[in-house]
Design a protein around this ligand. Structure first.
Ligand code: NAG
Ligand code: NAG
Length: 439
């Protein structure tokens, strides 16, 4: 459909002799943007910083403010640990990206259900919640979605809940069937974000997705300073590329991939969905070894997203300038390290229990990164639900990197009934012992 539009516009341009940008769909025309930070807590500063920054990028690119919807917890700007109250920056010495951002949904309203209803344009379901605004798109609209937060195998994290890849797929399918977009472009900054789409997203629905990481790798925090990490690598790269550019078109978001690919150095950005629609060939970003350790280039320090809480508390300890705050910081750090150790132990026990009748499958469950498919989700979500209600909660983001083992249990078709029965008693002692609120 939009190929035809390109052609027609191209002809008009040629006839008029005007310089027509390759853009057939300028952003000020019927484009919508939905920007979501899925985390809270000061150690996750960077996600809300990314989202605030993206708001200004959208405005500069030409999307009118009344067509931008923002979901973010909003506990960072005035957090008592924020050294500059009311200010959020997305790079060292950067401008205040918090200024001017209109947040539609805050706090616990940042939920998967609200996200899906806003995206689908279900206005009645949002009545009385936040601003109540939704994406009011139609078959001619272009929709851009940008999400930044933690992720795990087949899921994205929200402040209190998770969004499964199956739910996102269903939402996109329903939108396609209801003709709620011409083109939908989605950028996802999250660990293992490729697992939300690989084998799951249909290829022919005019949805184009770019993810910060392949299905089995972390994404990386960027601009980590003595205080905190201020951004994420993929997000910083795509936004700084557009900073200071003239008004653009939705196609620009489609075509960034080729240029971003070599620039994102710590993870492998991936594309899914309808990328055959582009005029440039899009080649897959095959895995090559990436250095996983903390590294720096100039002023910049990049850290595996999973290790940011550790980094945050270590920095806090290093900055502590009196005995009391030093002791407190040390206790927080110790509790975090201990919590992570017991989380690892618990996962080992859980895998052993799941494979009790098939011990030869232990290594497959705990080491292989098997591809997902839509039909394993009912089993996987039952396990996740039980795990998250009886063992570790959602704010313990460290656990997300173990979830592929739960997915493997389902993919291999192991019986989960015993596991589901025993998870409460298996987890009770670990839960009781946990002293850190953050992992
Ligand atoms: C940020 O500002 C401080 C002092 O205000 C300066 O020492 C530092 O070099 C600056 N960093 C960057 C990346 O500009
Ligand atoms: C909108 O949301 C309401 C309440 O959550 C639900 O009953 C209804 O089916 C939804 N409509 C669509 C089109 O998804």
């Amino acid at each position: 459909m939009w190929k035809t539009v390109t052609l027609v516009l191209g002809l008009v341009g040629a006839v008029l002799g005007a310089v027509v940008k390759s853009s057939d769909t300028p952003l000020e025309k019927n484009s919508w943007a939905l920007l979501i930070a899925g985390s809270n807590g000061i150690e996750n500063y960077r996600h809300q910083a990314d989202i605030c920054h993206s708001y200004h990028v959208m405005i500069a690119e030409g999307i009118p403010a009344n067509r931008i919807i923002v979901m973010m917890y909003d506990d960072i700007a005035y957090n008592k640990e924020n050294p500059t109250p009311g200010v959020i920056i997305n790079k060292p010495n950067g401008t205040n990206v918090y200024a001017g951002v209109k947040i539609d949904y805050k706090g616990d309203d940042v939920s998967p259900v609200n996200f899906m209803n806003v995206l689908k344009g279900n206005k009645s379901s949002m009545k009385g919640i936040g601003s109540g605004r939704v994406i009011e798109s139609d078959a001619t609209s272009n929709v851009f979605v940008y999400f930044a937060d933690h992720g795990g195998t087949g899921l994205l994290a929200f402040p209190n809940e998770i969004l499964g890849a199956d739910e996102l797929e269903r939402t996109l399918r329903e939108m396609n069937e209801a003709k709620r977009y011409n083109k939908l472009i989605m950028y996802i900054e999250a660990c293992e974000s490729g697992s939300m789409f690989e084998n799951i997203l249909a290829e022919s629905t005019n949805v184009f997705v770019m993810t910060a990481a392949a299905r089995d790798e972390s994404s990386y925090a960027w601009y980590c300073t003595v205080e905190n990490c201020l951004g994420d690598e993929f997000s910083i790269q795509w936004m700084e590329r557009l900073d200071g550019e003239d008004k653009g078109s939705i196609d620009q978001f489609f075509h960034q991939y080729q240029e971003l690919r070599p620039k994102v150095t710590k993870s492998h950005i991936q594309i899914y969905g309808d990328f055959s629609l582009g005029t440039d060939a899009m080649t897959p970003n095959n895995k090559s070894p990436r250095s996983s350790a903390k590294s720096s280039s100039g002023d910049n320090v990049a850290i595996n997203s999973r290790d940011v809480p550790l980094y945050y508390y270590k920095q806090k300890l290093a900055r502590a300038n009196d005995m009391d705050s030093q002791m407190k910081a040390q206790q927080d750090l110790d509790a975090l390290v201990e919590g992570r150790k017991s989380a690892d132990q618990l996962m080992e026990k859980l895998v052993a229990l799941a494979t009790i009748d098939f011990p030869e499958k232990i290594s497959a469950v705990s080491e292989e990164r098997m591809p997902l498919s839509l039909d394993m989700f009912p089993c996987y979500k039952d396990l996740l639900h039980s795990f998250r209600s009886h063992c570790f909660e959602h704010k313990h983001a460290y656990l997300l990197q173990h979830y592929y083992k739960l997915a493997n249990i389902c993919i291999l078709g192991l019986d989960t009934s015993k596991l589901l029965r025993e998870i409460p008693s298996l987890c009770a002692p670990y839960k009781a012992e946990l002293k850190s609120t953050v992992l």
